[in-house]
Ligand binder design. Sequence first.
Ligand code: SF4
Ligand code: SF4
Length: 105
Amino acid sequence: MNENVRPRSGTILRIKKSLCLGCGLCVESCPRQAITIITSTAEINQARCNQCRLCLEACPQEAIVESRPVSEAELASEVGSLKQTADDLIKRIEKLRQKDLAAKE
Ligand code: SF4
Ligand code: SF4
């Protein structure tokens, strides 16, 4: 097994639908029958996939990519952080607006 097909923990493989041609080469490469072509696009059944990454090498389109699922806690933290940034921006804009109004008086 070479470096490219070594399983990595904490990630899943997914199909970039915009790149997939529906050629089926990934389906043939998969030893776990985890990939099916649905309406001309490959889909990976995560429950069957063991992350051997053979499909990744087989795809001529580089349409199979690794991604790390985001947990709800991470998502909530990111949303909280973005909300804080937005709140700070709104305060700064309001301050600038007040300054501008004061300058015009
Ligand atoms: S090999 Fe790539 S392009 Fe072909 S069906 Fe699979 S994901 Fe799509
Ligand atoms: S990583 Fe391996 S098991 Fe998972 S879909 Fe690709 S070829 Fe199949």
